[in-house]
Design a protein around this ligand. Structure first.
Ligand code: NAD
Ligand code: UDP
Length: 684
């Protein structure tokens, strides 16, 4: 059984990277963070990267009662304690806040640990505790036995906490305490999804330089070039944040293998010193251009050389830093260009979307333009709302609990692993017959009883960029659907990427049949089940639609395709007015030849447009798929919505394709291959 580790400050820069390493090493993680210097988006991205759930609590460490509840809830085996205020300069201005937060928070944490008999702690200390190590001879590189003399309130909080931990160990030598003294953490996660997100003007060298590189700051000030180094600038030990994060796993593993208690300090650094100019040149190389700088006077408190002697960590923890400054600069640049404002995105907000306000798994993410607003929720990666010119053009509930009611007709949801019907809940693949549970008479509809509409998707990774003067927002969700779930073979990773501009929502569907999957082939067919309504009333009656095709899949009494294409009852290639007497629930054929498994490279084809006399909104649906189900909502019967409250355009592969030899290649996905398709809904 994997062990639970509580990570305080896990939404922060070093904490979030460490949570990833913990998960990669088989630990379960609970994060406590009051988000005073971070964003929950970091946790959402950790989940997206690792595809594992991270339990999160928005709790201030000084709140003993809430902290105790977290310890009550999980069988926590150990704690990694990052949570702290960390700005040296600020600490000299508001020392009391630093002592209160850092020392007060630690005392509360230790009290809760003691109460719950959790006696293993890894503590984030800092090279700052050494103060100016150059005041002694032979103390560079700095060994752990170098005398401490922190020169600012921040450093003093670290120094005092070390002593508190030492005293606790003195009183009860069952405690296992690892003090990790970090040197200069730099860089970002190689995925480009996580990094340092400094609020305001950065104090540190690389975050400042990164902002110069993207044009947020004019130039770097180099604080003195008259030091005794190869280029006159001071020397520091810069360590890649991923290496640093791994140091915590090494420390935890070391403690785990001990028979008794321990109090011990380890330096986490590379053991190599680099000057400010060394770092500057490495970063310019990563960016591909020279960045403006000016040499100014020395910064008060800076010293010539603070390089770690990391031998103790290398030999005892069997850990060493492997990544270079060049790696860190490359990763930092990726993070910066892909997230120029860190986790902060203009006109984007999220909130918990659950009756339980602590339920961070259920969230609603909203992006707003002047006359357009779109909201997505994690459960089912749904489109909850689209508002155009003040008119809500998609059916959705404002009360989160409505979504889990049986009467919810798949409002806005992602549908999978196989959208639409599988005839008689059976199919054959590679000579094996798979039997699924039936949820619509004898058929399986929309992936079965526990389809994608009921799953919590990870993410979204929310990003914003400019293209041709337009602001584009993307929201990426993922979910791993394991072999056997709902009776389907093979492990599939499903990624849903929404791209929003000021008048449209595009969706890219990807279903990757993972290369370590236990079977050679599986089947995938993904769609989105939004119900559109541009009438500005509760009913879509009177909506005029016009489609690219009049050809539908003929179906039998069980609503299963016969294999033939037939014309529909009304020629919808001509303007057709929807009403109780003119309703549809048919799969229309855009391309009679079907499609391959990944249609993302095909051009988006306009398949339907709709208007309504009550509004001047024109709705357009485009897709790369060979067919779409047009469903005019005759069966809607859920609180607040009546029959024909919305119509769906479910882009997808042919219905029950797997049970028709000539269509099966539209849905069969080999191991290592990806299913793909696109749809775009515009409101113009
Ligand atoms: P960070 O600010 O990104 O992360 C700290 C996290 O702790 C933040 O998410 C913040 O919201 C949270 N936090 C602060 N006070 C809290 C409280 N009272 N209750 C709950 N959460 C609280 O900083 P970081 O760079 O990731 O640093 C992590 C740890 O490493 C800190 O203890 C810091 O002092 C130490 N450290 C950092 C550096 C560095 O250069 N980044 C160097 C040496 C040591
Ligand atoms: N530095 C600089 N310009 C800046 C920020 C930092 O020249 O805008 C130098 C600073 O003098 C020090 C090194 O970069 O020599 C690292 O500073 P940082 O504040 O990043 O970390 P510190 O070692 O002070 O904790």
């Amino acid at each position: 059984m994997s062990e639970y580790i509580l990570v305080t400050g896990g939404a922060g820069y070093i904490g979030s990277h460490t949570v990833i390493e913990l998960i990669n090493n088989g630990y379960k993680v609970v994060v406590v963070d009051n988000l005073c210097n971070s964003s929950y988006d970091a946790i959402a991205r950790v989940e997206f990267i690792t595809k594992q759930k991270v339990d999160f609590f928005d709790v201030d460490l000084r709140d003993l009662e809430s902290l105790n509840k977290v310890f009550d809830k999980f069988p926590i085996k150990g704690v990694i304690h990052f949570a702290a205020l960390k700005a040296v300069g600020e600490s000299t201005k508001i020392p009391l806040a630093y002592y209160d937060n850092n020392i007060g928070g630690t005392i509360t944490l230790l009290t809760a640990m003691q109460k719950h008999e959790v006696k293993t702690i890894v503590f984030s200390s800092s090279a700052t505790v050494y103060g100016d190590a150059t005041r002694f001879e032979n103390m560079i590189p700095i060994p752990e036995h170098c005398p401490n003399d922190p020169t600012n309130p921040y450093g003093k909080t670290k120094f005092m906490i070390e002593h508190i931990l030492k005293d606790i160990y003195g009183a009860d030598n069952q405690w296992q305490t690892a003090i990790l003294r970090y040197f200069n953490p730099i860089g970002a996660h190689p995925s480009g999804l996580l990094g340092e997100d400094p609020l305001g003007i950065p104090n540190n060298l690389l975050p400042y330089l990164a902002q110069v590189a993207i044009g947020r700051r004019e130039k770097l000030s180099i604080f003195g070039n008259d030091y005794d180094s190869h280029d006159g600038t001071p020397i520091r030990d810069y360590i890649h944040v991923v290496d640093l994060a791994k140091g915590h796993i090494a420390a935890l593993n070391y403690l785990k293998n001990l028979n008794g208690g321990l109090y011990r300090e380890w330096n986490l650094g590379t053991g190599n010193g680099s000057t400010v100019f060394d770092v500057y040149h490495a970063f310019c190389k990563a960016v591909g251009k020279e960045l403006p700088y000016e040499v100014v006077g020395r910064r008060g408190g800076d010293v010539l050389n603070l390089t770690a002697n990391a031998t103790r960590a290398n030999t005892e923890l069997k850990w060493e830093a492997k990544l270079t400054i060049e790696d860190a600069c490359k990763d930092l640049w990726k993070w910066t260009t892909e997230n120029p404002f860190g986790f902060n995105i203009d006109n984007y907000e999220w909130k918990v979307f659950s009756d339980d306000k602590e339920d961070y798994r259920n969230r609603l993410h909203t992006v707003k333009y002047d006359n357009f607003e779109v909201s997505f929720a994690n459960r089912g990666a749904i489109i909850q709302k689209i508002v155009k010119n003040g008119i809500n053009v998609v059916c959705g509930f404002d009360e989160p609990s409505r979504y889990i009611e049986k009467s919810n007709p798949f409002f806005g949801t992602t549908v999978g692993r196989v959208a639409n019907r599988i005839g008689h809940s059976k199919f054959e693949l590679n000579g094996k017959t798979y039997t699924l549970e039936s949820n619509e008479s004898s058929n399986t509809l929309h992936g079965g009883l526990d389809g994608y509409d009921k799953q919590y998707f990870f993410g979204p990774v929310a990003k914003q960029f400019k293209k041709d003067d337009k602001i584009i927002n993307t929201f990426e969700f993922n979910y791993v659907d394991k072999d056997g779930h709902n009776g389907f073979p093979g492990d599939v990773e499903c990624t849903i990427k929404y791209t929003v501009d000021d008048s449209s929502v595009a969706i890219e569907f990807v279903g990757e049949h993972l290369k370590d999957s236990p079977v050679e082939e599986t089947i995938i067919n993904l769609t989105n089940h939004s119900y559109f309504n541009i009438s500005n009333t509760k009913s879509t009656d009177g909506t005029v639609i016009k489609a690219i095709t009049n050809k539908q899949l003929e179906v039998n009494d069980e609503l299963l395709p016969t294999g033939k294409f037939v014309p529909t009852h009304t020629d919808i290639t001509k303007p057709t007015t929807l009403s109780a007497d003119c309703a549809f629930d048919y799969c229309f054929v855009v391309d009679g030849n079907g499609s391959g498994i990944d249609t993302r490279d095909s051009e988006l084809k306009q398949v339907i447009e709709a208007t309504h006399p009550n509004s001047n909104i024109k709705f357009i649906a485009e897709t790369t798929d060979p067919s779409f189900q047009l469903y005019t909502g005759i069966g809607i019967n859920t609180p607040g919505f009546e029959p024909r409250s919305g119509f769906c355009i479910e882009n997808a592969r042919f219905v029950d394709a797997i049970n028709h030899k000539e269509w099966a290649n539209q849905v069969i996905v080999k191991k290592g291959q990806s299913y793909g398709s696109k749809v775009k809904y515009s409101f113009v």
